[in-house]
Design a protein around this ligand. Structure first.
Ligand SMILES: *Cc1c(COP(=O)(O)O)cnc(C)c1O
Ligand SMILES: [Zn+2]
Length: 410
């Protein structure tokens, strides 16, 4: 634990490490600042390698005590070399970081694990969040595991699978008639009067640090090397910017050598404020009203949009968008070539990767890592029409007739 303060990302003013998220001088967002002086790279590397098989192995880079509990054992998800996917895209080296393998099947376990450990350190008994679905799922589960009360707020039109997978945890599940941006505004207001830890509002500076662990794991799993390109979905832009921050920290400390990868952001065209600003050359995002099957990415007014734009431009990357049909095709392509079934957000990532590859915007020799941030079982409606089941009588003739009818290979 080397953190020393919260620091405004815009004006640099420093604050105590408590439950606050906005600079009282300039209204900029606060971020955790660390003091890494005296940290020896070889020693840190050894400490990481001897650590638990969870994100707690990166405690030196997280705003929580080294021994903070993580009852669901978050992280250390597989990094899979996807040669068949690469081949179908005309690329040579593609890796899939499968974060659907986390305890509640999305990358949100990382941010929640850190936020709840910090909530405990700050003395909160009730945790809460504004969510597009996966965050609610993770907050409810980790709250149950850790003995917190929880309130989770979601748009009421969420996928049924996500509601079911959340309600089971004895949380107060509140469906709000409105978009995520309405839910977020409500929670920001509530955070001023309720003594609750809203993980992505008043605890956002701690919460967002959890996403850095995706960068650390990727580097470790690549044998302490960097990829050339990262393809990553963008909702609020927090994940995208924190993967970049994690890599920058390790480059600066000498834990890894090389160049900052190119950062390719992925959005759904039905909610693409960051991709639109990127394409039009704007420095800020104009808010949009979401209309897409990628509900977990449906944030029309992204808090970290300006930082995501900066990173995409500074690293020679981009932020692109793909249609709902391309998203469905992306889910299918990933499933067929890797055996990984992702939710719509992963479809956005793979469809964007495919689009960049087809347009020749990725050098075939590049080492690419694509982040699969959630599980296909949570967005089943998106794939309902992608196949047909053969139904037969329980006899061989019936099977053979069917095989003939559908022209299946023997
Ligand atoms: C929340 C989420 C993201 C990205 O969120 P950010 O707000 O950009 O950090 C990506 N994929 C899935 C599945 C998510 O639930
Ligand atoms: Zn400030």
């Amino acid at each position: 634990m080397n953190e020393k303060s919260l620091r405004c990302k815009e004006c640099g003013t420093e604050y105590e490490l408590d439950a606050s998220f906005v600079c009282s001088d300039c209204f900029g967002p606060l971020e955790v600042a660390y003091d890494f002086t005296g940290l020896d790279a070889d020693e840190v590397r050894r400490r990481i390698q001897a650590g638990p098989q969870t994100i707690r192995r990166y405690a030196d880079f997280l705003p929580i005590a080294a021994g903070a509990s993580d009852p669901l054992c978050t992280g250390m998800t597989p990094l899979i070399r996807a040669d068949r996917l690469a081949e179908s895209l005309g690329l040579e080296e593609v890796w899939i970081k499968n974060d659907a393998a986390n305890p509640t099947h999305s990358f949100k376990d990382r941010v929640v694990s850190v936020a709840l450990a910090r909530a405990r350190e700050l003395g909160f008994q009730t945790v809460a969040c504004a969510s597009t679905g996966n965050l609610a799922n993770a907050v409810a589960a980790h709250a149950s595991a850790g003995g917190f009360e929880s309130f989770v707020f979601v748009p009421s039109n969420l996928e049924e699978q996500k509601l079911l997978a959340t309600g089971i945890y004895d949380t107060e599940l509140v469906g709000v008639r409105g978009t995520y941006d309405d839910v977020n505004r409500l929670c920001t207001e509530l955070s001023q009067s309720r003594p609750w830890a809203f993980v992505n509002v008043n605890l956002r500076p701690y919460y967002s640090e959890g996403s850095k662990t995706l960068a650390y794991e990727t580097i470790e799993q690549l044998g302490w090397e960097l990829p050339d390109r990262i393809v990553c979905p963008v909702a609020s832009g927090s994940l995208f910017t924190k993967i970049s921050r994690g890599i920058r920290e390790w480059l600066e400390l000498g834990l890894v050598e090389g160049e900052m990868p190119a950062f390719s952001g992925a959005q759904a065209s039905g909610c693409s404020p960051v991709a639109t600003a990127f394409e039009e050359g704007h420095e800020v995002c104009r808010p949009q009203k979401p209309d897409t099957i990628a509900k977990s990415l449906a944030i029309g007014n992204p808090a970290d949009g300006i930082y995501a734009l900066e990173i995409a431009r500074d690293t020679g990357g981009s932020v692109d968008s793909v249609t709902d049909d391309e998203i469905r095709a992306g889910i299918k392509l990933l499933a067929e070539t890797t055996g990984v079934f992702t939710e719509t957000a992963g479809g956005v990532t793979i469809a964007t990767l495919a689009k960049l590859a087809a347009a020749g915007r990725i050098d075939p020799a590049e080492r690419v890592v694509a982040y699969i941030t959630g599980d296909g079982l949570k967005t089943l409606d998106a794939t309902r029409e992608s196949f047909e089941m053969s139904v037969i009588e329980p006899d061989v003739k019936s099977f053979e007739d069917e095989v003939e009818a559908v022209g299946a290979a023997n």
